[in-house]
Design a binder for this molecule. Structure first.
Ligand code: SAM
Length: 451
C-alpha cells in the first residue's frame, strides 16, 4: 500500500496498528473508551494533542476503508441516497425532542414517544427505524406478544444529556441546512458566467431560500419534474429522471427481475402496457428478448423524447410510446399491465386510484404484473427474532422510506399493505402470486382480473 493508493488489506493493517496505539494511550492516560451503551462517556475526555491527531488519522483510514469497501460508484450512490434522509431524521428527532421521550435508563414504546412528541405513531416509527441504522436509539430485545421498545444508544444519549449538542444540531441543520440545499440554484442565478463571486448578501443561498421566489407551485414532485424549466429546458428534470431510472435498472439488475417476474414466453403474442414506463428501458429489453410481445410504454409527455431516442429502429413497430396520465381511465386493452416502481411514490388513496384507472380496459383474464419495493426488510428476512440484517441494508430501505415521506406522504410498504391496496382497488383482482424477496428488496404480485 502506498499512501496515495491504499488497499483494503493495507488499510485494515493500518487500522489495527493505529487502533492498538490509540487504545494503549487511552489506557495509559486513564481515558475511558466510549461504547454504544446509553451510559457510555459521551466523548473522549482529555485527549492530548498527539492523541487527537492519532485519532483523526485512524478516522482517515476508516473513511478510506468505507469508500473502498463499497467501491467508487456505490460509495457515491449510498452517500447520495442516505445523506438527506440522515439529515432529515436527525433534524426531526431534535426538533421534536425525541431525546427526552425515552428515559436514559429505561425504554419507551413507539406510542409513548408519539404521545411525548405529538407526532403520529407511524411517523415516529419510520423516523426511529432510520435513526437506528445510524446507531441513534436502538430496539430492545424482541419479546413476543409485547410492543417493541426503544432505548437510547450512546449517540442519542449524548443529545439527551447536552443542551449544547442539541442547539448545535438545531442551528446547523434546522437554520442553515435548508438554504444549503439550494446553493446550486443560488450560484446558477447569481454567479454562473461570472469570474468573481458576487459578494452581495442579497445574492446568497440564504437570501434565495427565504425570498419566497424560489420554486413554482406544483401539486407533487412529478408535476415539478415534468414542468420545471422554460423553453427548451422544460422537462429537463424528467429527462434526467429517465436516465436515473435506467441506471437503477442496471445496478440492481432489475432486467432479471422483470424477465423472471412472468412467463413472458408462455404469454405468446401478447400486448403489454408498461404503465409509468419512463423512457422504455424495461420494455425495450423485454421486446428484444420476447419477439411476440407488443408493448405500449405509457408515461408523462416529457419522457417521450428520451424514449424516441432510446428505442432501436427495429423495435419501433412493437414498442411504442403513449403519453397517458395514469389517473385517467386506461385507453389500451392489453393482456398484461406492468406497474413497476410506481405505487411506492403514492399514498394509499392515489395508489388505489391508479389501479382503478385500469379497470375500464380490463378484459377477463387480463393480468396486472406489479413489481415494487418492499419495506421492512428485517421482518421479511424472518429475523424479527433472529439476527438483524446489517444496518447498511436496513438503511437502504429506511432512506427511501423517509424520502417518500418527504416528497409524497407515501411509504415503503410491507407485503400485506401491497395486497391491501389491490383489495381496496377492486375485489375482482385475484392475486394469484405474491413473491417478496428481501435480497432484491422487491415484491412481485401477479393479479388476474376476474371481472
Ligand atoms: C419511479 S418511476 C418508475 C419508472 C419505471 N416504471 C421503472 O420501473 O423504471 C415513476 C414513473 O411514473 C411516472 N409518472 C408519475 N406520475 C404519472 C402520471 N400521473 N401518469 C403517468 N406516469 C406518471 C414518472 O414520470 C416516472 O417515470
Amino acid at each position: 500500500m502506498t499512501d496515495s493508493q491504499p488497499t483494503l488489506k493495507g488499510l485494515a493493517a493500518k487500522v489495527a496498528e493505529v487502533t492498538e496505539a490509540f487504545t494503549r494511550t487511552l489506557e495509559e492516560n486513564k481515558i475511558p473508551e466510549p461504547t454504544f451503551a446509553a451510559d457510555s462517556p459521551t466523548s473522549y475526555s482529555g485527549l492530548t494533542g498527539e492523541m487527537f491527531l492519532q485519532r483523526q488519522q485512524l478516522l482517515d483510514h476508516l473513511n478510506d476503508m468505507i469508500y473502498l469497501v463499497q467501491g467508487p460508484s456505490e460509495s457515491i450512490f449510498n452517500y447520495a441516497h442516505n445523506c438527506m434522509p440522515d439529515v432529515a431524521a436527525l433534524n426531526i428527532l431534535n426538533h421534536f425532542d425525541f431525546w427526552s421521550a425515552v428515559p436514559l435508563a429505561g425504554s419507551a414504546t413507539y406510542s409513548e414517544i408519539a404521545l411525548h412528541t405529538s407526532l403520529p405513531e407511524e411517523v415516529v416509527t419510520r423516523v426511529i427505524e432510520h435513526a437506528t441504522t445510524l446507531r441513534i436509539f436502538e430496539k430492545t430485545a424482541f419479546e413476543p406478544g409485547t410492543p417493541l421498545r426503544i432505548r437510547h444508544t450512546s449517540r442519542s444519549a449524548a443529545l439527551a444529556k447536552s443542551a449544547g449538542l442539541r442547539a448545535l444540531v438545531s442551528t446547523v441543520l434546522d437554520d442553515a441546512g435548508p438554504p444549503m440545499t439550494v446553493m446550486q440554484e443560488a450560484l446558477r442565478r447569481f454567479n454562473a458566467g461570472k469570474t468573481e463571486l458576487a459578494q452581495d448578501m442579497t445574492q446568497t443561498a440564504f437570501a434565495l431560500y427565504h425570498s419566497g421566489a424560489l420554486a413554482g407551485k406544483y401539486a407533487n414532485s412529478w408535476e415539478f419534474i415534468e414542468n420545471d424549466g422554460e423553453g427548451g429546458k422544460k422537462g429537463w428534470r424528467q429527462r434526467t429522471f429517465v436516465q436515473f431510472m435506467d441506471y437503477i435498472k442496471e445496478i440492481f439488475r432489475l432486467e432479471d427481475v422483470v424477465e423472471n417476474a412472468y412467463d413472458w414466453k408462455a404469454a405468446g403474442t401478447a400486448t403489454v402496457v408498461d404503465l409509468g414506463g419512463s423512457g422504455g428501458h424495461d420494455s425495450i429489453v423485454l421486446a428484444r428478448k420476447f419477439p411476440d410481445l407488443s408493448i405500449v410504454v405509457q408515461d408523462l409527455p416529457q419522457a417521450q423524447p428520451v424514449f424516441e431516442k432510446n428505442v432501436p429502429a427495429d423495435l419501433k413497430e412493437r414498442v411504442t410510446y403513449s403519453a397517458h396520465d395514469f389517473f385517467n381511465p386506461q385507453p389500451v386493452q392489453a393482456d398484461v399491465y406492468m406497474i413497476k416502481l410506481i405505487l411506492h411514490d403514492w399514498p394509499d388513496k392515489e395508489s388505489v386510484q391508479i389501479l382503478r384507472g385500469l379497470v375500464p380496459a380490463l378484459k377477463p383474464g387480463a393480468r396486472v404484473l406489479f413489481i415494487d419495493y418492499v419495506g421492512k426488510q428485517d421482518e421479511l428476512a424472518g429475523s424479527a427474532s433472529g439476527p438483524p440484517l446489517p444496518r447498511s441494508i436496513q438503511q437502504f430501505g429506511t432512506s427511501t422510506d423517509l424520502r417518500m415521506l418527504a416528497l409524497f406522504s407515501a411509504k415503503e410498504r410491507p407485503v400485506g399493505a401491497w395486497k391491501e391496496i389491490f383489495r381496496q382497488a377492486d375485489e375482482r383482482f385475484e392475486l394469484v402470486r405474491v413473491e417478496a424477496n428481501p435480497l432484491t428488496f422487491m415484491v412481485i404480485i401477479e393479479a388476474v382480473w376476474r371481472g
